[in-house]
Design a protein around this ligand. Structure first.
Ligand code: CTP
Length: 402
């Protein structure tokens, strides 16, 4: 058996449904593939499977009680929620999905689901009428929109003797969804990637800043695409309205200097993709008090920000093996971007035309040219998610070469 999940840590929440018995087999299947499984039982879950079965199969302690003092002194619920690569809820009952959708935290399972910063996969199981109810479907839609992934349910005979949609997926289907989500066996497994995204805000005084309109969509999509191919990905993001993508370690920063520090803290990395629209300048002096209008215009003295792409591209043992920059151009796109690649010292540059007519900045699609030492390749106009996936695949192909 290929240990596709070797070293991966899964927090498995078993809620109260007859399908809980299948979760015991799920633990076995995950362990066979090299994953470490830590079990959490809800009160309802413990009606269907015993803590002893879960502990025996997972070879770990089973967690059940939010207020258990021993658990809190040993590990604490925040650590429990984060010391894993993925949270799996199987079976996910209508009740637990509702709690998740509304952010309730009234027992250990719901609290962990609210406190985790890791991706979540739910395997719903319930009666088909409950499954089809507007409430459950609405809750699931909300969760999906927030990045929660789901597998199943499937159609078949239900425990009550009725037939319909609502059976929990079989353990092997859940394992396949887990492998997919963790990028297990993906071509970038074992590689570390660093992605910058969004704008930076450079404070002028406590209320004003210098910034730009970057949405972060392209950078975030690249982080997701690299993680989906198995890369251990850190996203260093300036202020955006986007949710933290699941499966990616997100460091939120404001200024260019903070972005550089966060990038350096994320090294060593094999891959760096600088998609952030870093403010070129910051105020030389950040005022501690709000600048007041006093009849004359304030003189704002600027100083240059550190160039993160050029810094990461600089020679030295910490240089990522592949550094990719972006070039936002409004004219002579390929010529300017080719010169920019040389100037910055990066390996590849993704050039895009951001003139107003293209709608690239803040929009959902992008026409890019991928430029390396050998020349430029023009890609068709694609949604930003597809640009990201194509770039991630090119990066994977690059690492495949001997
Ligand atoms: N970049 C960076 N740090 C900066 C400035 C830019 O990391 N302080 C990175 C961006 O993330 C992007 C590339 O450098 O990958 C863009 O280079 P830049 O010189 O800012 O080019 P443009 O934004 O295209 O602007 P200009 O043409 O004015 O140089």
């Amino acid at each position: 058996m290929a240990a596709m999940l070797h070293g991966r840590r899964i927090l498995l929440i078993i809620a109260g449904g007859i399908a809980a018995y299948k979760s015991l087999d799920l633990i076995r299947r995950l362990r066979e593939r090299g994953a470490a499984v830590r079990g959490v039982l809800t009160k309802g879950g413990a009606q269907f499977v015993t803590p002893l079965s879960v502990a025996t199969l997972s070879r770990d302690k089973v967690y059940q009680d939010l207020f258990s003092l021993t658990d809190e002194s040993e590990i604490g619920h925040i650590r429990l929620a984060r010391e894993c690569d993925l949270v799996v809820v199987a079976p996910a009952t209508a009740d637990l999905l509702a709690k998740m959708a509304h952010g309730l935290a009234d027992d250990l399972a719901s609290t962990l689901l609210l406190a985790t910063d890791k991706p979540i996969l739910v395997a719903p199981a319930m009666n088909f009428v409950m499954w089809n109810s507007a409430a459950t479907q609405g809750n699931l839609a909300t969760l999906r929109q927030r990045g929660v992934r789901s597998v199943g349910p499937e159609s078949g005979e239900l425990a009550e003797g009725e037939t319909g949609m609502g059976r929990m997926s079989e353990p092997l289907s859940i394992v396949a969804a887990i492998e997919d989500l963790l990028g297990a066996g993906g071509p970038l497994r074992g590689k570390r990637a660093l992605v910058t995204s969004g704008p930076t805000y450079e404070a002028v005084d406590p209320v004003r800043f210098i910034g730009n309109r970057s949405s972060g969509k392209q950078g975030h999509a690249i982080a997701v695409a690299l993680a989906a191919l198995g890369a251990d990905t850190t996203l260093v993001s300036g202020p955006t309205h986007l949710a933290d993508p699941p499966g990616v370690a997100v460091k939120r920063i404001e200024s260019a200097e903070e972005m550089l520090a966060a990038c350096q803290a994320a090294l060593p990395a094999d891959i760096a993709v600088c998609a952030a629209a870093v403010a070129d300048w910051r105020a030389r002096e950040r005022r501690n008090q709000k600048i007041k209008k006093n009849g004359s215009l304030p003189a704002l003295e600027l100083t240059e920000n550190p160039d993160i792409l050029a810094t990461l591209s600089g020679k030295g043992p910490a240089r990522p093996r592949l550094v990719v920059g972006f070039a936002a151009e409004t004219e002579d796109v390929i010529k300017n971007a080719t010169a920019k690649r040389r100037r910055k010292g990066c390996d590849w540059i993704v050039a895009n035309d951001v003139s107003a007519a293209t709608g690239t900045f803040g929009g959902d699609a992008n026409t890019v040219h991928l430029i390396d030492a050998s020349g430029a390749e023009t890609w068709p106009r694609l949604p930003k998610d597809d640009v990201a996936r194509r770039l991630a695949q090119r990066i994977a192909d690059h690492f495949k070469q001997p």
